[in-house]
Write a protein that binds this ligand. Structure first.
Ligand SMILES: Nc1ncnc2c1ncn2[C@@H]1O[C@H](COP(=O)(O)OP(=O)(O)OP(=O)(O)O)[C@@H](O)[C@H]1O
Ligand SMILES: [Mg+2]
Length: 276
């Protein structure tokens, strides 16, 4: 649980509930369970990180919560109601950038608002600027995607989703392939935004450092598409800067990372290991 008095974790009333969720796909002529019998409760304002070997169903699980996919068995509940499709209460950030190349940062961020509220001129512009500022891109509002670095494009994509104020942020490996300095900045930014906006975040990553740094809980998926274990992360926040250098913090950080790593390794099937 985070240390700012917010109630998180499975004991709180769930905002999102997965009950026996299974999703099947046909692969090479046979049916596989990409996600298999998953039960998971996610509390409002929780920061849940999902890790697991490649092909363990992490992206599929996010798509089921987003409503892009429907379960074959079980149900995904949002505020107690079955998820029937995508909605503006859930913003999904894909690994790929969603920016339109012929629009500037400002115009891209305004686009999110145009979809939701229509063209509102000044009102949309002011709101867009607030979020561009929040992700630290005010100096680049008039730049086009082609003029921007990977980190800047990630920030712009983040602002584009955040401006529509989704209650739930679904993030699929959003900071993969960023250099370590930009990644560190993005970790600080997303934590600050989450604390400020009180969203619920479900974040997929293959990096365990990232998982331990950001999460309230870490769900580990295995090669059978199941959630094999959920770790509660009660490391104090903030987890950046000076705090992270404290020996006691460092020790507990490493300890949790080891436990998660062992669980991921134990759940990786042979075929999965070979492809890594
Ligand atoms: N649309 C689809 N059609 C067929 N098979 C699919 C489809 N989507 C996913 N799968 C299969 O379902 C399994 C889980 O895929 P998923 O993309 O959810 O895994 P993942 O954990 O996100 O992997 P990665 O870490 O590589 O992103 C894989 O075997 C994948 O090949
Ligand atoms: Mg994936």
């Amino acid at each position: 649980m985070a240390d700012n008095g917010r109630s998180t974790g499975p004991t709180s009333e769930a905002l999102i509930s997965l009950k026996g969720v299974t999703k099947e796909y046909q692969k090479n002529g046979t049916w596989i369970e990409a996600v298999s019998g998953c039960d998971l409760d996610i509390a409002e304002n929780e920061f849940l990180v999902i890790v697991g070997p490649t092909g363990s169903g992490k992206s599929t699980l996010l798509k089921l919560i987003a409503g892009f996919e429907q379960p074959d068995k079980g149900e995904v509940l949002l505020d107690g109601e079955p998820v029937k499709g995508p909605g503006s209460d859930r913003g999904m950030i894909f690994q790929e950038y969603a920016l339109l190349p012929w629009r500037t940062v400002l115009q891209n961020v305004e686009l999110g608002l145009e979809f939701q509220f229509g063209k509102r001129g000044k009102e949309n512009r002011e709101l867009a600027m607030t979020y561009i500022d929040m992700v630290g891109l005010s100096y680049a509002v008039n730049k086009y995607p082609v003029e921007m670095s990977g980190g800047m494009k990630r920030r712009a994509s983040l602002a584009m989703i955040l401006v529509t104020k989704p209650k739930i942020l679904l993030m699929d490996g959003p900071f993969n392939a960023l250099d370590s300095k930009t990644k560190l900045t993005m970790h600080t930014e997303i934590t600050r935004i989450w604390e400020h906006e009180h969203n619920t975040i479900i974040f997929v990553t293959s990096e365990l450092d990232e998982a331990v740094k950001l999460s309230d809980r870490i769900a580990v998926m295995n090669s059978e598409g199941r959630i094999s274990k959920i770790f509660t992360n009660d490391l104090a926040r903030p987890r950046f800067g000076k705090a992270a250098l404290e020996p006691e913090f460092h020790h507990r950080f490493i300890e949790l990372r080891e436990k998660v790593m062992n669980e991921v390794k134990a759940g990786a099937g042979k075929a999965v290991c070979e492809t890594r």
